[in-house]
Each structure stands twice: as C-alpha cells, then as structure tokens.
Write a protein that binds this ligand. Structure first.
Ligand SMILES: [Zn+2]
Length: 711
C-alpha cells in the first residue's frame, strides 16, 4: 500500500491520494494545518491531540511531494531561486508537524505515539528517498552546482548550493536503476529497526528497574531517594514497595550510596544487561542487522564502511583520524582508571574486606574515597543547587553577563505537560529573540539523557525566530519539596543551554544552516563551552545558595568539588572511550565482517583495544546504545571528545581575555554562535580563536598530558 502511494507520488498524483473524506471534514480542526498564531509561531500544545499527527504527517508529506514535483518539473530553466531556494522553503507543514511529533515522541510519549512512530518510520525514509532520488530534480541541482561560481551569488548562497548538491549525492542521487531500489529498501528497513531499537530501550529501561521489598536493603540512600523509590513502585503498580528506576547510562546514581553490596550488584546487572537477555525488547539481533545493513548501504554509495561514509562529512573527515586520536588516548585513560581502582582496592582492604573491586562497587568507593581525600560528600552540595536558582540566577545570569540576554517567564503560553515552563528571551535592548521551553523532570514516558530541540528554526528567508526546547531527566521531588540537583545535573543544565544559545543566536538566511545544523563532531562544542560558567566564581556566587538559609556555598566546599573533579577523570575518560571505540568498531565493519554474536563482538573489541577493564564498563553497552543505533550519532559518538578539544581551547581563550564579560560573549556570538552551518565549522573556530585548535588544554583537563597523573 505504501509503495503504491509512493509510486503515485512520483507520478505527481500525490495530492489526490492521502486524503480520505473523513480526514478532509476534520481538516479545519487540525492545528498543524495553519501556521501557529502564538508568539514566535510556538506550537499550540493545548490544541494538539494525538489524533492530529497521522493526518498532518500524511498531508505534510503529500504537500511536500507536490512542491518537489513542481520544482523538478518546472518549465523554467533551473535557477538558484526556483530550485535551491525553493527546495529549502519546501515542506513547511511537514516540518511543523514533525518538529513537534519527533520531540514529543522522545519527551512525552505514549502507546499511540509509539505506534505512529513505528508505522511512519519507513514512510519518512521513503519520503526522503523520493526527494533525493528524483532524477529530474537532481539534474537541476547539478546544473546549478556546476554553474555556481558564475551566478554572482554571495558566500552563503553558494554554500547552500554546494550543501544541497552534497546532500543529494551522499543520499544516492547518482545511483542508477536497481541500485536505487536496493537503497530504498535498505533505508526503509533501517528506519524500522532504529525506531524499534529506541522503543525497546525505553520499554526495557522502564521494565528493568530494581524491585526491593525490604527497606533495610536500601541502607545508604537518602530519605528522599527512598521516597522516590516508593513513589516509583506505586506508579508502576509493582508488588515490591520500592523500585529503583534505571537511568540510561551503564552507571546508576544509586550505586554511589547503596551500602549493601549484593543489592548494588543486582542494580548494576539490571542496568548493563538491558535489552540483551532475551524477551521482546532484546536488541542484540537488531544491532547486528543494523550494522550489516549500514555497511551494505555504505558499499552501495561507494564507501568501504558506514564509518567511512559518515566521517567524510564531519570535521574529522576520515576513519584514520578518529582511530588515531581515540586509540592514542586510550592507554593513558585506562592507566588512570587503574590507578583510581588501586586506591579504592586499598580502601576495601583497609576496611577488612577481601573482595575484588567490581563494576557495582566503583561509584560507591569512588564516593568514599572522595570523602576521605577531599573531605566532602557529593550530597552536601545539593541544598545549594535548587533548580530555579540554578536556572534563573545561574544559567540565565551568565547569559545576561555574556550576551546581555533577558528572560521573561511566559505563563500565558500553552505547554504539553504541566511541569514544562516557557521563557521569552530578549536582547539587552528588549528586542525579542526567541522562546525557550524548559522540560527538566524525568518521566517514565520520556527517553533518558538530556537534549535540545528546535520547534521553530531561525531563518531570514522564512522570517522565523527560534523556539528552542531543553530536556533533562532530573528526578521530580515529592509535592511541595524543592528540586535539589546534583553537580552533574547542574553541569548538564548549563550544557543544554549552550545548545539552546546556538539555536537562539542563529542569524542565517536559510533554514538548512540554522543554529545547530553543523557537523555532529562540532555541535557539542558550543554546549560544552557553556559548562564553564557553572563553576565560574561570580556565577556560582550568584546562584549556589542554600535553599533554606540563602547562605552562599562555602568556598572551601567548592574548592573540594573542583579538586575532586580531577579525581574521576580516569573512570570518565575510560568509560567514554570504550563506548566511542565500540561505536567505531560496529561501524568500521564491512557487511561480511558483521558478527553473529553482539556481546561476544563487544567483549572482543574492548579486549583488542585494551579497554576491557571490567570495573569500568562502556558508558553504554551495544544493546542500549541509543546514540548510535537509534539517534544521530552512528560512527559519531567520538564527537563529544572531539568537540572537547575545541571546548577546552575556547575556555582558555575566555580566561585569557578576562572571562565573563559582554565583549567576550559578543565575540563568541558574532564569530561562531550566530553563524550556524553557514560556513565551514573549523573556519568559524579559526575566526573565533584566531588560530587552529590546540589539543593541549584538553589533555591537561583529562589528566592525559604526558607526565600528568590522576590525583
Ligand atoms: Zn550536547
């Protein structure tokens, strides 16, 4: 049925097909059919119902196909305006609905949305293919590409031509006949698998929390964490009175405080065995099939592996460059982790115990060691990190000092979930810049981790201003209690807001270049830079105040936090590199090298790389590694460390130039944040920094510089 609709679409019959009479009569009620009249074209969340998605997605695709056909079959000679610009403008309805649909599928899903996601995944893939594999359209794009230097266009226009042409070629526009059909089949199947993988992770993460029947087994957890475990058990209707819900990474926060070793082991195993031990949410075969299909697709497109295909379009450019950097860092990182482990082992021995440090012990003894060495307990910090203070007097304050931004709470605008908050962001002179939507609490229907999304992208061509969302997974406190954050959560809040600034400051003509439309191995860089303000003395002094007494966080406590940060670098870098290199291993395989046993492949890979240090498992194991099998980071998880080279070097620049001040923020904004993808990423870095990136500050920060040791 789908195939038929597509063929009709290719023949230009699309508009007559997807509209059933029933849908047509409801059309007027569907809020997606018209541009939102809310400020900044914010989605009218109060009017959007689950039943609006299918008709709006269907009609959005049909309208988009009709626009594409009109461009492709135009009688006029191809021009920049009637082809390239027209393409960038096309698909307005589809963009409107999918921006909401995809984000809410992650942030606030339900069975209905999950079903639509599964049903539509292959259709979206087919829709993309119908555009990029449209031969008449590609001919026009190619004609303009070849003539681009003679058209009297400016740099951004020319770049749009090159970018479009590259997108078409990379998506298979030069393939012929049977190969095109093969590509379509591969894309459709991959889209299905990807959706299934992410839903399996969500369902398994929800299903696999650790049930505890005896309160004594929770010894070590704070009263608040015990209440949260009780609430979670009730919410799930579980038989046991307590449930420790899983977070998405291998490590679980409760492991740092649970005193009962056997309970720690159970929690740890529940986490790392996710989607790999049978049952309907097992992802082992999905990972294998995806690795194989991606390799086949890469071959079809002329590349030896999926990684080679992906990396060519990144700032890293090649598999060798990524392998070289990550593999060179691995031995020093593992050596640091082993040193940290030895210190913990000594502590275990001093306690009169004789077991060997295991994965489920790491966070617990790391915390104890931190208390001993630095004389503080991470939980002492939380009363100073109350969510609203951190947001308004920390994150917003820093943005005010650096960029002159002002934030105005908008309680008059509709939200999709009661905890969500909306802020209008204004320039120093009061000019409205965009909207910021804050969705910070964990929910069972929200995927793990933290992310930023755009509901509306900035574009001078379309006359739009940005509407940006930030999503975290902070446990929601009991009613009436303040939200007290961990230091990690505070850092994450600053990080995600760095992405938000990239979106908010976007000042480009074309939507294709808006905000975070930059290479994956560049996109984490501005967000990482923003983390530096979380611990900047004047920012901290402004936000880190005790929620009861208003007393400022003691400098002494803070110094300990910063000193202790260095202590965990061996672990943090090792778990990260293990995941990043695992991602490369899966995607540097040719189709006939793809293994039949996912876990054995994972084990062998880590062993070969010297990263098989059992107490430090990869940050994500293959079967719940959504970044690479469900999200957009396949062969791209290395990006975080890659971006951190630019980040650490930029932090030095801010320090050299007087830190938190308007002139510095304005320079960063002007040269880099506002430019989105409108110029080569590394060229933007050069314009900001005045030279090419230097890796030394990163090595120093991560304790990897030669001669450096972990303390
Ligand atoms: Zn990020």
């Amino acid at each position: 049925m789908m195939k038929q609709a597509l063929m009709a679409a290719a023949l230009g019959l699309a508009l007559s097909l997807p509209f059933g009479a029933a849908q047509a009569t409801n059309a007027a009620d569907n809020p997606f059919y018209t541009v939102s009249e809310l400020p900044f074209q914010m989605p009218p969340f109060d009017k959007i119902k689950d039943e609006h998605y299918v008709p709006a997605l269907t009609r959005g695709m049909a309208e988009h196909r009709a626009e594409i056909e009109a461009i492709a079959n135009s009688k006029d000679a191809p021009s920049f305006e009637n082809t390239i610009v027209a393409l960038d403008k096309s698909g307005a309805l589809l963009t409107r609905v999918s921006n909401v649909f995809f984000n809410l599928s992650g942030a606030n899903t339900n069975d209905e949305l999950q079903k639509i996601q599964r049903d539509f995944a292959p259709q979206f893939a087919a829709h993309q293919d119908a555009i990029v594999l449209n031969e008449a359209l590609f001919k026009r794009v190619e004609t303009i590409y070849q003539a681009r230097q003679k058209l009297g266009l400016n740099d951004e226009d020319q770049r749009l031509i090159v970018r479009n042409y590259t997108d078409f070629v990379r998506a298979g526009a030069k393939l012929q006949g049977e190969q095109r059909e093969q590509l379509k089949t591969l894309n459709a199947r991959l889209a299905e698998l990807q959706t299934q993988f992410s839903q399996n992770v969500l369902n398994e993460t929800n299903a696999r929390g650790l049930s505890v029947s005896d309160k004594a087994e929770l010894a070590g957890l704070s009263e608040e964490a015990i209440t949260a475990a009780e609430t979670a058990a009730k919410a799930k209707g579980s038989e046991a009175p307590y449930l420790i819900a899983l977070m998405n990474t291998s490590g679980q926060p409760a492991l740092a405080s649970l005193e009962n070793r056997e309970v720690r082991q159970r929690l740890f195993e529940a986490s790392i065995l996710r989607s790999s031990s049978g049952g309907e949410h097992d992802n082992r075969q999905l990972a294998i099939e995806m690795a194989k299909l991606r390799a086949q697709r890469a071959n079809l497109l002329g590349y030896p592996t999926h990684a080679a295909y992906m990396l060519e379009d990144q700032t890293a450019r090649s598999v060798d460059t990524v392998n070289k950097m990550m593999r060179e860092l691995a031995p020093a990182a593992v050596a640091n982790a082993r040193r940290e482990a030895a210190e913990m082992q000594a502590m275990i021995k001093a306690d009169g115990k004789d077991f060997e440090l295991a994965g489920w012990d790491w966070a617990y003894y790391a915390n104890k060691l931190r208390q001993k060495k630095y004389n503080f307990d991470a939980s002492e910090l939380r009363p100073y990190f109350e969510l609203n203070n951190v947001l308004e007097k920390g994150v917003f304050y820093a943005a005010g000092q650096l960029y002159g931004l002002q934030f105005e709470r908008r309680t008059d605008l509709p939200v999709y979930q009661e905890d969500v908050q909306v802020y209008q962001v204004n320039e120093a002179d009061g000019t409205p810049l965009g909207l910021f939507i804050a969705d910070f609490y964990a929910r069972a229907n929200k995927r793990g981790g933290a992310w930023m999304n755009e509901y509306v992208s900035q574009s001078k061509l379309l006359g739009t201003q940005p509407v940006i969302g930030n999503h975290l997974n902070i446990p929601k406190p009991a009613a009436g209690q303040p939200t007290l954050m961990t230091f990690d959560e505070v850092t994450t809040l600053f990080h995600e807001f760095g992405h938000a600034l990239h979106g908010l400051f976007s000042d480009v003509r074309y939507p294709r270049f808006a905000g975070t439309n930059v290479p994956t191995d560049f996109v984490e860089y501005p967000s990482q830079v923003n983390e530096m303000w979380a611990t900047w003395p004047s920012v901290l002094a402004n936000y880190a105040k005790h929620y009861k007494t208003g007393e400022q966080i003691p400098q002494e406590l803070l110094d300990k936090v910063l000193a202790a940060e260095q202590f965990g670098q061996g672990f943090a870098t090792t778990e990260y590199l293990a995941a990043a290199l695992l991602d490369q291993a899966w995607h540097q395989l040719s189709a006939d090298q793809v293994p039949t046993d996912a876990l054995a492949f994972e084990a062998k890979t880590l062993q070969d790389l010297g990263l098989d240090f059992a107490p430090v498992p990869p940050r994500y194991r293959s079967t719940y590694f959504s970044h690479i099998f469900a999200g957009g980071y396949s062969a791209g998880y290395y990006s975080y460390l890659w971006s951190e080279v630019l980040d650490a070097d930029s932090v030095e620049w801010f320090k050299e130039n007087g830190g938190l001040k308007r002139a510095n923020g304005d320079h960063f904004r002007k040269t880099l944040l506002s430019r989105g993808g409108s110029e080569e990423a590394l060229e933007l870095f050069n314009q900001f920094r005045g030279r090419a990136p230097d890796i030394a500050p990163l090595l120093q920060r991560r304790g990897l510089a030669s001669g450096a040791t972990a303390h």
